[in-house]
Design a binder for this molecule. Structure first.
Ligand SMILES: C[S@@+](CC[C@H](N)C(=O)[O-])C[C@H]1O[C@@H](n2cnc3c(N)ncnc32)[C@H](O)[C@@H]1O
Length: 346
């Protein structure tokens, strides 16, 4: 039998001796998850106490006191730092979510292991950002955009959008559907791949998802630009996606150049018009203005309505979104201008 902390033994003794619940001493020095497990193993599931239990009334009083104690000491999930699985439910028919009774088996989910801090291991890519929830909602409500197409995502992060787009392609796609997820950070890309392939996500059934290490700075480096061009020629994406990519003023030019290469028509020719759909969080107006100025010089820029995040966060229709979640997310669509096509260095 494993040793148990002295403080917990005191509590166990009090429980066995049927001490009134107001006199119970719950150990204060034992961390919440450990105390939770000690209570499960040594009280609720313990062989002795299941064979020789206190009366039902006493057990009820004990567990009420235990739950009150645990709840008073539980860390706030919003400030917890440990990585966590998150699950966002969604439906290919969004009207389904407004019904009174919801059959969970008819819902999709996007489940991923993600960081709960803004920056971990020097990257912002290990967690999901609100802009990608907005872009995902836009794509779920218009599945034709991403379903039977070749999709490239820039700065894929932990993979939330990749899971949603991969699932849309499994559900509505055809032989043309493919998905290329990219990121500069090795661990982020590997986390993204693991998340997309979690068996609970429909995206795990997709047979044409690819993961590429990609640094936007290659686009502004004359020696590395050709490798980027070759990669994008091979991918030949119809749709380029990106969520929360405009955050570092020093990376804007490289990002715009990367989008420009991705939007270039392939030399093999294609009847489809390439388009980029981006959801961007405006944190600094100057940085965002610079991005818009650079892109509008070479591309048609069209602002799209930003979804309300009612699908993934369950925010009720017709009410203001909490600003800390949806703050300043802008959706824009870019496409090549027929005339004055973008050409690097001009
Ligand atoms: C704010 S996060 C957004 C992640 C994800 N799109 C989302 O919205 O949840 C920015 C992402 O861009 C990636 N990134 C940063 N610099 C990059 C670069 N130079 N080249 C490619 N990706 C980069 C980061 O690794 C990170 O995954």
């Amino acid at each position: 039998m494993a040793n148990i902390p002295r403080d917990f033994y005191n509590l166990l003794r009090e429980y066995g001796a049927l001490l009134p619940s107001r006199l119970l001493r719950f150990p204060l020095g034992i961390p919440w998850p450990e105390l939770h497990n000690l209570l499960l193993e040594n009280v609720l599931l313990d062989q002795h106490f299941t064979s020789y239990p206190p009366s039902v009334e006493y057990q009820r009083a004990f567990w009420k006191a235990a739950i009150d104690h645990l709840e008073a000491n539980i860390p706030d999930p919003l400030v917890t730092k440990a990585p966590s699985y998150s699950t966002h439910f969604w439906a290919t028919d969004p009207s389904y979510l407004t019904q009174n009774a919801v059959d969970l088996t008819l819902l999709q989910n996007s489940t991923l292991l993600e960081s709960r801090t803004f920056i971990e291991k020097g990257t912002t890519g290990l967690r999901t950002w609100p802009a990608s929830l907005a872009l995902a909602e836009y794509l779920v409500t218009q599945p034709d955009i991403a379903s039977k197409t070749r999709v490239l995502e820039l700065g894929s992060g932990a993979g939330f959008l990749g899971i949603v787009v991969g699932s849309i392609q499994v559900l509505h796609g055809d032989e043309r559907s493919s998905l290329h997820l990219t990121d500069v950070h090795e661990e982020v890309l590997s986390r993204c791949e693991k998340n997309v392939n979690l068996p609970c996500n429909t995206s795990s059934q997709h047979r044409d998802i690819h993961y590429h290490a990609l640094d936007w700075s290659n686009a502004t480096d004359s020696t590395r630009r050709s490798s980027l061009t070759r990669l994008f020629e091979n991918i030949n994406a119809d749709v380029i996606l990106g969520a929360d990519l405009v955050f570092d003023p020093d990376l804007i030019l490289a990002l715009v150049e990367t989008i420009a290469v991705a939007l270039q028509e392939s030399s093999s020719g294609s009847s489809r018009t390439k388009t980029a759909i981006l959801a961007l969080t405006v944190r600094n107006q100057d940085t965002f203005d610079t991005f818009e100025r650079l892109t509008s010089q070479y591309f048609h820029l069209h602002e799209l309505p930003t979804p309300r995040l009612s699908m993934f966060l369950g925010l009720p229709e017709g009410k203001e979104s909490p600003s800390e979640i949806t703050r300043n997310v802008k959706m824009i669509q870019l496409s090549q201008k027929k005339q004055g096509k973008y050409s690097y260095g001009q």
